[in-house]
Ligand binder design. Structure first.
Ligand code: ASP
Ligand code: MG
Length: 458
């Protein structure tokens, strides 16, 4: 009987996974704000943290300096001082725990410098220290604030393969390990403070990392494993915007986005969310909320399965190069696309937008195209001189898919500006225009005006 009562209560309890990014861990003041947020949650909380802002970059530089025989101790000293200062400012008694982690950093660097070798597994171990330091400090800060919190190393939760630097998660093992460690904690009213970004490889067990910006992904994995009611991503902006506020002063925070729309936005320049984050959350239909640690009262952006028929956001990206290719063997063009993509892949150049006709293909890349790549492409295609100084303008919204008139309005809003490529994503939720850089701002403004200023319903 008591058990069924408690399971009913448990079912109704809100369970929040709250992930704090690097800037939310970046200073004593930021940590105080994050602590106040954790304390204000009504329900169960699991905290996931990034490294203190800039630490992962600093650790990469540290490893590189050590392997090149440079003065790595100066860099290690800066990382140490940054964390020691946080501890001092927060008035925490963490000398012992911090020393253990900092000693580990020193030992790794000494070995790297001695052997002149920095293998991927050693680098991941070095990088793991960023999140292990921030989680240790933040957990202790919560304790001093009267919260029953405990640091949890995601090494014990997230199981991965051995692809160091960008490891793939073994979900069945991860889900059971995470539930096994975290459920007993939250049942005993302990708030876990979990390191983002890191995991543990299969045997021989080593630290792995999930790719840069991977703490959002860690938080989503944990939210899915724990069947959370909401995943909160606490960052330093008010949410996702209708357009870049630096380009369009009238841009506003989006109150709601569908999962698919958020995924499209993440790919096309809105840096707020890691695209992979979406996946574990979508699979369990867990709502994701983007919130601002430094403006906690703002409602943020809610991302869930609701698909309303509207245009949501306009993004743009400059520094784009367009490559136009025409097949040499007009009547024997099969395999043309495959050859093109193989050539780009061989030169490790990622293609963003593609548009094709029977014999010609245009692609965009976000960097200069080397002459070696052009030479290779010229063995099977006529290739014009790549057009540099271009920009991508990307319009995202379920309305593009569900309301035919929206597309018409979009094209007339782009109007007389010369467009060198147009592409509609397979999901039909985005349309991308490639225009000259100097026209990008005008196109964004015109589209913004059409959908956000003239008709408030769209
Ligand atoms: N600290 C890691 C990075 O800077 C992961 C994260 O912050 O999400 O990439
Ligand atoms: Mg991040």
């Amino acid at each position: 009987m008591p058990e069924s009562v408690s399971s009913v209560r448990r079912f109704q309890m809100r369970r929040i996974v709250a992930k704090f990014g690097g800037t939310s861990m970046g200073s004593a003041d930021a940590m105080r704000k994050a602590s106040a947020i954790v304390r204000s949650v009504d329900g169960e909380v699991i905290v996931v943290v990034s490294a203190v802002t800039g630490t992962t970059d600093a650790l990469i530089a540290l490893g590189n300096t050590a392997v090149e025989g440079g003065d790595w101790e100066v860099l290690a000293g800066r990382i140490k001082e940054r964390h020691r200062m946080l501890v001092r400012e927060l008035d925490l008694d963490l000398h012992q725990q911090l020393s253990v982690l900092l000693d580990e950093m020193w030992s790794i660097c000494r070995v790297v410098a001695q052997f002149g070798e920095l293998g991927p597994s050693v680098l991941d171990r070095l990088l793991s220290l960023g999140e292990r330091l921030s989680a240790t400090i933040f957990a202790e800060h919560l304790v001093v604030d009267g919260v029953n919190a405990e640091m949890v190393d995601a090494f014990d939760l997230i199981a991965t393969d051995r692809q160091f630097g960008c490891a793939n998660v073994d979900f069945p093992v991860t889900n059971s390990r995470t539930a096994g460690v975290l459920f007993p904690m939250i049942t005993n009213s302990v708030i876990p403070v979990v390191t983002g970004f890191i995991g543990q490889s299969n045997a021989p067990h080593r630290y792995t990392t999930l790719g840069r910006g991977g703490s959002d992904y860690s938080a989503a994995i944990i939210a899915a494993a724990m069947d959370a009611t909401e995943l909160q991503i606490w960052t330093d902006v008010d949410g996702m915007f209708t357009a870049d506020p630096r380009v369009i002063p009238g841009a506003t925070v989006l109150t709601q986005l569908s999962y698919a729309e958020a995924g499209e936005l993440a790919y096309f320049g809105a840096k707020v969310l890691h695209p992979k984050t979406i996946k574990p959350a979508i699979e369990r239909e867990i709502p994701v909320r983007i919130l601002n640690t430094f403006n906690a009262a703002a409602p943020g952006t809610l991302i869930n399965s609701e698909e309303c028929a509207s245009i949501k956001s306009i993004t743009s990206k400059k520094g784009i190069t367009v490559v136009n290719l025409v097949s040499l063997g007009m009547l024997d063009a099969h395999g043309f696309l495959a050859k093109i993509f193989t050539a780009f892949a061989r030169h490790e150049v990622i293609v963003d937008v593609v548009s094709t006709s029977e014999v010609s293909v245009s692609v965009t890349v976000d960097r200069k195209v080397s002459s070696a790549l052009v030479e290779e492409l010229r063995t099977f295609a006529t290739v014009d001189e790549p057009e540099t100084g271009m920009a991508i303008v990307c319009v995202v919204g379920e309305g593009l898919r569900t309301q035919p008139e929206v597309l018409g309005r979009l094209f007339s809003a782009v109007g007389p500006v010369p467009v060198s490529m147009v592409s509609q994503g397979a999901s039909k939720r985005n349309v991308t225009f490639v225009v000259a850089e100097r026209d990008a701002r005008r196109v964004v403004a015109q589209v913004f005006h059409e959908f956000f200023e003239s008709d408030p319903t769209l």
